[in-house]
Design a protein around this ligand. Structure first.
Ligand SMILES: Cc1ncc(COP(=O)(O)O)c(C=O)c1O
Length: 387
């Protein structure tokens, strides 16, 4: 039976993630060191695991409220208020989701009507485009450039706004570049957002992983709270990727509608993970500090090594990625990453996995042990000498 003809046009039009393709390739190369994964190498801190085990032992195995445990929503509200000065009512303005992945999908499906345009700065996380298409929207890519520290430029944003534009996705701190946006830079974006009456989905999953600067939430900018859907989660901050927990915080008029999408697709996030997340928010500050200190050491080490090898590299201030330029090797991102994998035995992700203008770059993750980083950079040096 031919299956193709039964598939939806939307699904057929989207591609499998370039990161996963590359990751699968890397898994077949014996002895390769992978700097390709976007997840912490740390195991979830013990006290957070214990909270989940305790919840299970106490029989907390039932559906929770669709929006998530109220204790968890209260902790999330406190966290957002204390850390980023944005205030949400835990009863009506927060939904606990299955990772930020589901938060992005739910937000887009709630906001986008067929044909609405969604602006996606690139390079950026691989899910924005397919989720936009699946919601019936039209992705409109806006490039960011290394010369601008990979921040979204208000003039370029404005040029790409049409009378169909409804949503702007704001992906900072950024995967894959590690760029952050300062308050002043966000203020310039806020002006454009207001002038063109846009809604912003601000993906702040790396908000706690910044180095020498504090994160600014877009919703804390003047007049932006009412037009911002903040999405954030536990995967990166607390090394909890496998738990699948995130959240959406937004004004109640949006949340009320998002709950419908959320309810009919997933009912609620897993209960035991929600108990773990309460513990993470209550007692996880020291864990974050320790991990951020360790990431920062690795960031400095890797940046130093990469520059010393003769590759040009922007200094990232957020997330756990480096996005060096490989333009001076004369190879494309794909060629470079493929040859580095097979000849150098190091897996990196080609920049093009994050959008066309990622050409000329590769993404290296320093959420890998220092030993792996040392060995990987040694191998990269050898590889660069050969090509
Ligand atoms: C920018 C960004 N947003 C969202 C996600 C999805 O995270 P989660 O594990 O919470 O679904 C990722 C994961 O890599 C990411 O890099």
């Amino acid at each position: 039976m031919e299956q193709e003809k039964y598939l939806s046009d939307k699904v057929k039009s989207i591609q499998a993630s370039g990161i996963r393709n590359f990751f699968n390739m890397a898994a077949e190369v014996k002895g390769a060191i992978s700097l390709s994964l976007g997840q912490p190498d740390f195991v979830t801190p013990r006290h957070i695991i214990d909270a989940a085990v305790k919840a299970l032992e106490e029989g907390q195995t039932f559906y929770t409220h669709n929006m998530g445990l109220i204790e968890l929503r209260e902790e999330i509200a406190k966290f957002l208020s204390n850390r980023y000065n944005i205030n949400y009512n835990p009863k009506t303005e927060i939904i606990v989701t299955i990772g930020v992945s589901q938060a992005i999908d739910t937000a887009l499906r709630t906001l986008v009507s067929s044909g609405d345009e969604v602006i996606i700065p690139q390079p950026s996380f691989v899910a924005y485009q397919p989720c936009t298409i699946m919601s019936g929207g039209v992705p409109r890519f806006v490039p960011t450039f290394e010369e601008d520290n990979f921040v979204l430029r208000p003039d370029i944003l404005e040029k790409n706004i049409t009378d169909k534009t409804k949503v702007l996705i704001l992906p900072y701190p950024n995967n894959p570049t590690g760029a952050i946006m300062t308050r002043d830079e966000l203020a310039a974006i806020a002006e454009v957002v207001k002038r063109h009456d846009l809604i912003v989905i601000s993906d702040e999953i790396y908000s706690e992983l910044t180095y020498g600067v504090n994160h600014t939430s877009f919703a804390s900018m003047p007049d932006m709270w009412e037009r911002t859907i903040t999405v954030n989660g536990f995967s990166k901050t607390y090394a909890m990727t496998g738990w699948r927990l995130g959240y959406i915080a937004a004004p109640k008029g949006f949340i009320k509608e998002m709950v419908k999408v959320h309810q009919y697709t997933v009912t609620c996030a897993p209960s035991m993970g929600q108990y773990a997340a309460v513990e993470a928010l209550k007692n996880g500050d020291e864990d974050i500090k320790k991990m951020v200190t360790e990431y920062d050491n690795r960031r400095k080490f890797l940046l130093g090594e990469i520059r010393d090898m003769g590759l040009h590299c922007f200094e990232p201030r957020g997330a756990f990625y480096l996005f060096p330029s490989i333009k001076n090797t004369g190879l494309s991102s794909d060629e470079f990453a493929t040859r580095l994998l097979y000849e150098g035995k190091v897996a990196a992700v080609p920049g093009t996995a994050f959008g066309e203008n990622g050409e000329g770059f590769i993404r290296l993750s320093y959420a890998s042990s220092m030993n792996d980083l040392k060995e990987a950079t040694k191998r990269m040096r050898e590889f660069l000498k050969k090509i």
